[in-house]
Design a protein around this ligand. Structure first.
Ligand code: PLP
Length: 399
C-alpha cells in the first residue's frame, strides 16, 4: 500500500515551473542565467493596489474567512469589469473567486468531466490544461495548428477530433505559449460549432488586455451569446496587473455551474486570502492606465525579441500579437553540431537543456505545450536582460 495513486502518476510536472526552477537553482549557485522561462511580468504591482492591501492588513475584520465564492464587493466588481471589457452582462452570482486562474482551470474540469470524457485541446496549449484534464479522469485530445496556420485551428480540424465522448473544448486567445490572437471569425465559428454539438466551452481569457498591432481579443460569450449557458470564462489579475504572486483569479459561468465550482472549492481551499481579494478589488475596480503602460513596454520588447530571434540562423520566429511570448520554430537547429562543444540536440527539449547548460539561457521547450520543434521565450523580463539573453543564444549558435 505504499504506491502513489495512478492519478498522480499519470501527470507530468509543470514544465514551465521546472525550467524556471532549474534556472533559479543555477542562479543560486552563482551562474548568471537569463530566464525566459516564467510567464511573469517583471513590473511591480501598481502602488494603489499595494496600498489597499496594506490598509486591509491593518483591519482586523479582514483576518477572517470570506464567503467561499469570494468577497461580495469583488464579485460585483468582476461582473462590472466583464460588462466593461467583454461587453455583456453577468450577475455577481455567476462569479467564483479562485486561487489564481490556475484553480479556476482545475475546478472547470473537475465539475464538467466524468471518467473517459474527452476534451479537445487546441495545441500549442498552456502546459497545465492536459494534466488537469487527466486529473479529472478525462482524456485530452490535442489538435495541433503550427506556425504555418498562425497557431489558429480551423473548425474542420476540431470536428475531425470530435467523437461521441467529446464533452468540452478549451480555448485561450491571446495564447500562452504562442502569443497568437485568434480572429473573430475563428472564435465565432468555434462557438457555433460547440453549440451545434452541445459541448462545454472553457475560455481562458487571462491575457485579454495584452494585444499588439491590430489584434483584438474576441470574447466568445459576446459573439455567440447563445453559448453562455455552457460557457466557463476564466480570468485573473496575475498577468493584467503584474500580480502573479497574489493568487487571485475567477470563473464566470451559468449559476448552477458557478455553484458547483464553489461547492468544490469549499472542500479544496475555501476562500481566497481575504487581503489578496481586497487588493484584487482595487485592481479590478480601478482604471486600465497601468495596464496600458505595461502593454506599451511589452510591445517594445516584443519587437526587440522577434527581430533578434529572427537574426539567428535556423530560427523562424512568427510575429506574436498577444500575451508576452514568442514561439519560434527551431527545427532547423536540430540534429547538427551547435555551440563551442559541437553539441547536438535531437529534439527541442534537448535544445532547451543545452541552451541552459551551455549558454545560460532558459527557455521552455515546445514539448511542454504539445508542439515539439519550438521554444517558448517569455519577454516579460527586463529590456537589457532580453537583449543580452538573445545575443547569447545567437553567439552560442554561431560559435
Ligand atoms: N491560464 C494561462 C493561459 C496562463 O498562462 C496562466 C499562467 O501562466 C494561468 C492560466 C494561471 O494564472 P494564475 O494562476 O497565475 O492566475
Amino acid at each position: 500500500r505504499r504506491n502513489l495513486s495512478d492519478r498522480i502518476n499519470s501527470v507530468s510536472p509543470s514544465a514551465t515551473l521546472a525550467v524556471d526552477g532549474k534556472a533559479k537553482a543555477l542562479k543560486a549557485e552563482g551562474v548568471d542565467v537569463i530566464g525566459f522561462g516564467a510567464g511573469e511580468p517583471n513590473f511591480p504591482t501598481p502602488d494603489y493596489v499595494v496600498e489597499e492591501a496594506a490598509r486591509a492588513c491593518r483591519d482586523p475584520r479582514n483576518y477572517r474567512y470570506t464567503p467561499t465564492a469570494g468577497l461580495p464587493e469583488l464579485r460585483d466588481a468582476i461582473a462590472a469589469k466583464t460588462k466593461r471589457d467583454s461587453g455583456y452582462e453577468v450577475t455577481p452570482q455567476q462569479v467564483v473567486v479562485t486561487n489564481g486562474g490556475k484553480q479556476a482551470v482545475y475546478e472547470s474540469f473537475q465539475i464538467l468531466i466524468d471518467a473517459g470524457d474527452e476534451v479537445i485541446v487546441p495545441a500549442p496549449f498552456w502546459t497545465s490544461y492536459t494534466e488537469m484534464i487527466k486529473l479529472a479522469g478525462g482524456v485530452p485530445v490535442e489538435v495541433l495548428s503550427g506556425a504555418d496556420q498562425n497557431f489558429t485551428p480551423t473548425v474542420e480540424q476540431l470536428e475531425a477530433a470530435r467523437t461521441e465522448r467529446t464533452r468540452a473544448i478549451i480555448i485561450n486567445s491571446p495564447s500562452n505559449p504562442t502569443g497568437a490572437v485568434w480572429p473573430e471569425e475563428t472564435i465565432r465559428a468555434i462557438g457555433e460549432w460547440a453549440l451545434e454539438h452541445d459541448l462545454w466551452v472553457i475560455s481562458d481569457e487571462i491575457y485579454e488586455h495584452l494585444n499588439y498591432d491590430d489584434a483584438k481579443t474576441t470574447y466568445i460569450g459576446a459573439v455567440v451569446p447563445e453559448l453562455r449557458d455552457r460557457l466557463l470564462v476564466l480570468n485573473g489579475v496575475a498577468k493584467t496587473y503584474a500580480m502573479t504572486g497574489w493568487r487571485v483569479g475567477w470563473m464566470i459561468a451559468a449559476e448552477p455551474v458557478a455553484k458547483a465550482a464553489a461547492k468544490l472549492q469549499g472542500h479544496l481551499t475555501g476562500n481566497v486570502d481575504n487581503v489578496a481579494q481586497q487588493a484584487a478589488l482595487a485592481a479590478v475596480a480601478g482604471p486600465l492606465d497601468e495596464v496600458h503602460r505595461m502593454r506599451e513596454a511589452f510591445d517594445k520588447r516584443r519587437r526587440a525579441i522577434v527581430s533578434a530571434l529572427s537574426e539567428i540562423p535556423g530560427v523562424q520566429c512568427p510575429t506574436p500579437t498577444g500575451a508576452f511570448y514568442a514561439f519560434p520554430d527551431v527545427t532547423a537547429l536540430l540534429g547538427r553540431p551547435l555551440g563551442p562543444n559541437g553539441s547536438v540536440a535531437e529534439t527541442s527539449s534537448d535544445l532547451a537543456s543545452l541552451l541552459l547548460d551551455e549558454a545560460h539561457v532558459a527557455a521552455v521547450p515546445g514539448e511542454a505545450f504539445g508542439a515539439p520543434g519550438y521554444l517558448r521565450f517569455s519577454y516579460a523580463l527586463a529590456d537589457d536582460q532580453l537583449v543580452e539573453g538573445i545575443a547569447r543564444f545567437r553567439r552560442w549558435v554561431e560559435a
